[in-house]
Design a protein around this ligand. Structure first.
Ligand code: NAP
Length: 294
């Protein structure tokens, strides 16, 4: 069975491999993928069951994934298995009032066929100072806290693509978790946000752990000889799991075979080096290597 870890101060116990919900709302006809068709939906539901059957117990989705389709499919697949996993969804903030936030979350709950979200995240890319003010001081965070009192949501968090822009949100002390972009080719979070999240005892989920296929696509142009089977996917997943500051990786998986492959990797992987300690700045690299010589 896949290992579980404490998800920071949320006190959830989460599997290190989590199911990212984007594919259940995204169409890719070139790959024969359309979750808006009956067959596509059935395929997505099979993948969700494969993940839960294999011990994945955290699912991440958002109302914007296919204009609610990801939430609808997850709701349909899991309504009878709701106690077996933690459910995370999201809510916007730009141009939204507190009552818009409440309405969005209530609609998510209906689509997801549940009475509560274990995690609610502000759905962010890059937080401008005015976004931080809007969230923290103009009623949005307060609304989440009211919904938490009513039991509609449990842990509070946010997602962030450009990690440094999340620093004021972490420093506010108001959140329980963060979902951050961090992977083999985008390591900005390693320098600050992952340390700050760990110090604040936040749950840390990683988005785009497989680089959203970017590393693999770039390699197919520049170094096609690297593409031996699934090596680049495996290396990407191992990289985030080998960082002691990361609790779980939200991987986008469309097919049960992908779930099974990733579960097998997570079950067998024993990191022999903590990527949190990887020297990333030139002076650190010189110092570390110089110390090895002496
Ligand atoms: N701002 C935000 O909140 C935000 C932004 C982005 C993502 N996210 C979350 O993070 C999740 C993951 O992001 P993502 O889907 O962009 O990136 P990802 O997980 O890094 O990459 C997904 C890609 O990896 C492939 N893949 C997965 N396992 C594989 C395996 N074993 N072998 C070969 N290929 C494999 C998938 O292939 P196929 O295409 O063949 O299925 C897919 O193309 C999303 O679903 C979402 O939940 C959140």
């Amino acid at each position: 069975m896949i290992g579980r870890v404490r998800f920071g101060r949320t006190e959830l116990q989460v599997s290190r491999l989590a199911l990212g919900g984007y594919p259940f709302g995204g169409v890719n006809r070139a790959r024969g993928w359309d979750p808006f068709t009956a067959e596509g939906k059935a395929q997505a539901i099979r993948t969700i069951h494969a993940a839960l059957d294999a011990g994945v117990n955290y699912i991440d989705t958002a109302p914007s994934y296919g204009d609610g389709q990801s939430e609808r499919i997850i709701g349909e697949a899991t309504s009878k298995r709701r106690t077996q996993f933690a459910l995370a969804s999201k809510v916007g903030y730009r141009g939204l009032s507190a009552s818009d936030v409440r309405a969005s979350i209530e609609t998510s709950l209906q689509r997801l066929q549940t009475d509560h979200l274990d995690v609610i995240q502000f759905h962010g890319g890059m937080y401008e100072p005015q976004d931080v003010t809007h969230i923290l001081s103009e009623g949005l965070l307060e609304e989440l806290l009211r919904l938490r009192e009513r039991g509609l949501v449990r842990a509070t968090g946010f997602t962030v693509e450009e990690p440094w822009t999340a620093r004021p949100l972490i420093a506010s002390g108001q959140f329980d978790m963060v979902q951050v972009r961090y992977n083999l080719i985008y390591q900005s979070a390693a320098l600050h946000v992952l340390n700050e999240a760990q110090a604040a005892d936040l749950g840390v989920a990683v988005m785009r752990p497989m680089t959203s296929g970017m590393l693999q696509r770039i390699a197919s142009y520049l170094a096609p000889e690297w593409q031996t089977a699934h090596d680049l996917y495996d290396a990407a997943l191992k990289f985030v799991l080998a960082d002691s500051r990361v609790h779980c990786a939200n991987v986008g998986m469309r097919w049960p075979e992908e779930v099974q492959r990733n579960v097998a990797l997570v079950e067998s992987f024993q990191p022999n080096f903590d990527m949190a300690r990887l020297p990333r700045l030139t002076a650190e690299i010189y110092r570390t290597e110089d110390q090895k010589e002496n």
